[in-house]
Ligand binder design. Structure first.
Ligand SMILES: Cc1cc2nc3c(=O)[nH]c(=O)nc-3n(C[C@H](O)[C@H](O)[C@H](O)COP(=O)(O)OP(=O)(O)OC[C@H]3O[C@@H](n4cnc5c(N)ncnc54)[C@H](O)[C@@H]3O)c2cc1C
Length: 485
């Protein structure tokens, strides 16, 4: 906790940045104390976390460096932020008199290098704006998380985010070329842009996924790809919900056969009804693929997948136009967030997600046993289901989707009564069967409590990184590594 007073913190920040860049408006501070992990508290406007001393808007790596040095010297907890779309408590200001460093004002695209197929931008560049601009030039980053209209480059890298076309392009870790980041002692580090190097460990991965708990990311260089949507092919099959195990096997068959669709999904019946109820019967699960790329490749992928699936009489092909139409409306921006808020207020029914991963030989058990336990053990559930949306040669993810009514419960009690209980069951089942408790949202503060079980003996390495880069414990405390009680 800070060794100077709240007033001295604000004065010090104003000395470094000037008044205009230091915000102390009470409402802004309250809204900056949490993220969507405490979605119900957000909706009810009840703030249970310590309110930060200030939110500061930075314009350069040098300014970030000055603020971090000040925080490091005075033991002030810093919470880095860009798009504010976090959903695992990564933005919670867990300690008294924290300071939020907001990089959304660092929003310049520095260079589009079409010859070397890479783009360099500051941490506050919104992904939607970047990709829209690139698509006009026939290019894309290939990164398309559902939060594309909200998220910005710093947060996308800090959380090791992943997009809907990951089966072809990979997660953000596969797209990063080089980076610039500032450490709590003020040191600005730049990792140069080269296609590959073997000069020791890949230090980009100390920055990527650090969730603001090691350093502040100021600049990112990503790979570029050709954008050629006219060649897209869509493939879909419905199957009975009781054949979910077969559904996972179908995803596996396509990966193991060596096809590279950009999109590969399996929805169970409960989750499918949220998306396809206008034409999909209740009780039906759905398998979906999309092939992207050059004109002579996508028909071959389509044909290959159809050939593999033709061996399964349990599957029934669906009109690809229905899949194409659905795929166009997946992303969430401020409008959807505002609508959801009103719906929760009106119904007291809330929807949350938890994403995990597993190998092909344990993902079904993880999915089935977690769903069964939650329905048995947690009260007031109205929907429990999920989908797999990112597949690999050796396994896939599971994105649990659940809704419950909030019954006889104050806003500040909701998270203990429902959300954390559900998360706990999911994490227990994942650890029992040998998967990972976090596929792409980050540990945040929500799942930091399970970090030692998740890491096992390699927790030594994570803890040592934290101690080495943040010896005074000022970077997003409680994220990645839980606070000591
Ligand atoms: C509707 C919705 C859909 C989503 N869909 C996806 C999805 O498909 N795939 C996916 O991966 N995620 C998804 N997310 C989660 C979230 O959008 C991602 O984690 C995203 O990468 C966060 O980016 P941001 O700019 O909003 O970061 P923020 O919310 O501002 O911050 C996220 C985390 O990164 C840290 N951070 C932010 N900026 C920096 C920086 N400059 N330096 C160091 N640390 C920093 C923060 O401290 C925090 O821990 C979704 C979220 C929502 C609300």
């Amino acid at each position: 906790m800070a060794i100077i007073s709240r007033e001295q913190i604000v004065e010090g920040l104003v000395d470094i940045l000037g008044k205009d860049q230091v915000v102390t408006d009470e409402q802004v501070l309250k809204e900056s104390s949490i993220d969507r992990y405490r979605k119900y508290e957000q909706v009810c406007e009840v703030y249970t976390q310590p309110i930060p001393a200030a939110v500061v808007y930075v314009r350069s790596a040098e300014e970030v460096s000055e603020v971090l040095k000040f925080a490091n010297d005075n033991e002030i907890n810093i919470v880095p932020r860009t798009g504010h779309s976090a959903i695992e408590g990564g933005l919670e200001t867990a300690l008294k008199d924290s300071v939020v460093i907001d990089g959304s004002t660092m929003n310049k695209v520095i260079k589009v290098d079409e010859y070397n197929m890479q783009v360099t931008c500051q941490c506050g560049v919104p992904l939607q704006e970047l990709d829209d601009m690139l698509r006009e030039r026939g290019l894309t980053t290939g990164h398309s998380p559902q939060s594309k209209p909200l998220a910005q480059m710093g947060g996308l890298v800090a959380t090791r985010s992943i997009g809907q076309f990951s089966t072809l392009y990979g997660g953000i870790e596969d797209m990063i070329v080089g980076l610039e980041a500032v450490f709590p002692n003020g040191k600005i580090c730049r990792i140069k842009n080269v296609p590959r190097r073997a000069a020791g460990p890949d230090i980009r991965h100390i920055i990527c996924g650090n969730e603001g708990a090691l350093c502040f990311i100021t600049e990112v260089t990503l790979k570029l790809f050709k954008w050629q949507p006219e060649n897209n092919r869509y493939i879909g099959y419905k199957l009975d919900d009781e054949h979910m195990k077969l559904g996972f096997d179908c995803l596996r068959e396509v990966m193991v056969a060596g096809y590279k669709p950009s999109f590969a999904r399996l929805y169970d019946a409960a989750d499918a009804q949220q998306h396809f109820s206008s034409w999909l019967e209740e009780g039906k699960a759905i398998l979906i693929w999309m092939a992207e790329g050059p004109a002579n490749i996508t028909p071959a992928i389509e044909e290959g997948i159809k050939d593999l699936m033709s061996k399964h009489p349990e599957l029934e092909e669906v009109d690809p136009k229905l899949i194409e139409k659905w795929y166009g409306g997946l992303n969430w921006g401020p409008e959807q967030i505002a609508e959801e808020k009103e719906e929760i207020k009106a119904t007291q029914n809330i929807g949350i997600t938890t994403e995990v991963s597993g190998n092909w030989d344990n993902i079904y058990e993880i999915y089935k046993t977690a769903c069964d336990r939650i329905m048995e053990e947690v009260p007031d559930m109205t929907l429990m289901g999920g989908h797999s949306s990112h597949s690999y040669i050796n396994g896939t993810n599971m994105y649990f989707v659940y809704y419950y009514n909030i019954v006889d419960c104050a806003p500040e009690e909701e998270i203990n009564k429902y959300h954390d209980r559900i998360n706990q069951i999911i994490c227990e089942q994942v650890i029992k069967y040998g998967g990972s408790i976090v596929h792409h949202h980050g540990l945040g503060k929500a799942r930091a409590r399970y970090v030692t079980e998740e890491y096992g003996s390699s927790y030594y390495m994570l803890k040592t990184l934290k101690q080495a880069f943040d010896p005074n414990g000022v970077m997003n405390m409680g994220t990645l590594i839980p606070l000591r009680k």
